[in-house]
Ligand binder design. Structure first.
Ligand code: G3I
Length: 381
């Protein structure tokens, strides 16, 4: 550990301790500065590290967030601005400006672009499903999927490396999600499943950019074995039918008390898709660590020493697991869903603290704990 780094850690710990004494609610430790180590550099032997951003984060080269992003991340995704409601709000109207600028920014800075997302039940305009005042037919919707996917993917051919082609198609009851897509397209080809809208999207994406990585993205795959199995079965069937799916995206919106050992088992289930396609892979697409249990935000969480320790432990356990997956050659990209606590989607009626960087854009103790792991692993080898 370098001298400077050591001093930073000590001061981080001291400030954290004094904050706890002051019963301060934020877990800020110290301000970001140029000498702080970089996340993506620390993990360069394992996977790319990225985060979800918005156009305003990358507008001003003098802003703190701009500098943090450039330094720490070598892959980026837009949090909202590349979703169907933004790119394609009306059947004959596309708005590419924001995404064009984002892709240019990434290209100028050697950053790998993820595209999120082409087909989703949420943030998707209604016109996709309407023919006048009536529901659109399956044929019409499939035609629209082809047109939508082809137009977007071919525009960024060779520039967007990975697309979340479909998002969240498995429901909470672990059946295929009941959505306008599955309801109106149904089992169009009569093969006994309702994956037809998914298949059409993947085939169109492959045709539009044969080199882009095509991902089926979902949440709770790491925590629900039933959901992981359901995803495995769906992807297996589609792969066997020749549908060009390259990998599964684990969103990883996890809780502070997540059971990381159980997660390993669920990753193993999806990894078995390699028996069908030896190049099949996994990406972590939306990582964050919620400080509240689902539906349990009755009062602000108290930031105690114990809390900070547990928070950091969850992150370090997760990153140990992700390095193992990288060693197995199945994972090469890990993306956080947001830059810092203040911009996380998890802030609701109560403040949340899910990221490695706090709302004052200060690096947390957990940031340093995570960043040290690759070097520690090397030393132990
Ligand atoms: O666009 C409107 C804007 O016109 C209006 O002024 C503003 C007022 O609140 O709302 C804006 O829309 C919001 C949008 O984010 C853009 O900021 C929506 O209300 C809000 O619901 C939407 O939330 C996004 C959410 O997806 C939508 O489901 C979150 O920011 C975004 O982080 C979240 O991301 C999803 C991933 O795409 C998929 N996986 C889960 C993840 C977290 O929910």
């Amino acid at each position: 550990m370098g001298h400077y780094y050591f001093i930073k850690r000590i001061s981080a710990a001291l400030i954290a301790a004094s904050m706890i004494l002051c019963a301060c609610s934020d877990s800020a430790v110290f301000a970001y500065d140029d000498d702080a180590p970089s996340l993506c550099e620390a993990y360069s032997d394992y996977f790319r590290v990225g985060c979800a951003v918005n156009s305003w984060d990358i507008e001003n080269p003098n802003s703190e967030q701009y500098k943090i992003i450039l330094k720490n991340f070598n892959t980026l995704v837009m949090e909202n601005e590349s979703k169907p409601e933004n790119l394609h709000p009306k059947e004959d109207e596309y708005y590419f400006d924001k995404f064009d600028e984002f892709v240019d920014f990434c290209e100028d800075n050697d950053i790998v672009v993820r595209g999120h997302t082409l087909i989703w039940h949420s943030q998707c305009p209604d016109w996709f499903f309407k023919d006048g005042n009536e529901d659109a037919s399956a044929e019409l919707i499939l035609e629209r999927i082809k047109e939508h996917v082809t137009t977007i993917v071919s525009r960024y051919k060779g520039r967007v490396s990975t697309w979340d082609v479909v998002n969240e198609v498995i429901g909470d009851d672990v059946s295929l999600r009941y959505s306008n897509w599955s309801r109106l397209v149904g089992d169009y080809d009569g093969d006994g499943d309702k994956y037809d809208f998914i298949e059409t999207a993947f085939r169109a994406a492959r045709e539009a950019d044969p080199d882009a990585r095509l991902i089926i993205n979902d949440y709770s795959l790491e925590s629900s074995t039933d959901k992981a199995i359901r995803m495995y079965n769906a992807v297996k069937k589609m792969l066997e039918e020749g549908v060009p799916i390259d990998g599964v995206g684990f969103q990883m919106h996890i809780g502070k008390d997540a059971d990381v050992e159980a997660m390993r088992e669920n990753y193993r289930i999806i990894s078995r898709l390699r028996e069908i396609d030896p190049d099949f892979l996994i990406e972590v697409t939306e990582l964050d660590v919620n400080c509240y249990g689902w539906g349990q935000e009755e009062k602000d969480v108290e930031i105690t020493k114990k809390f900070l320790k547990e928070f950091s432990k969850t992150y370090t356990d997760v990153f140990e697991m992700l390095m193992d997956l990288s060693d197995e050659g199945i994972l090469d990209s890990v993306v956080f869903w947001g830059l810092h606590d203040g911009v996380s989607w998890l802030n609701g009626s109560h403040k949340n603290y899910p990221m490695l960087i706090d709302r004052d854009m200060k690096l947390k103790e957990a940031y340093f704990d995570v960043i040290e792991l690759p070097a520690e692993r090397k030393k132990a080898e």
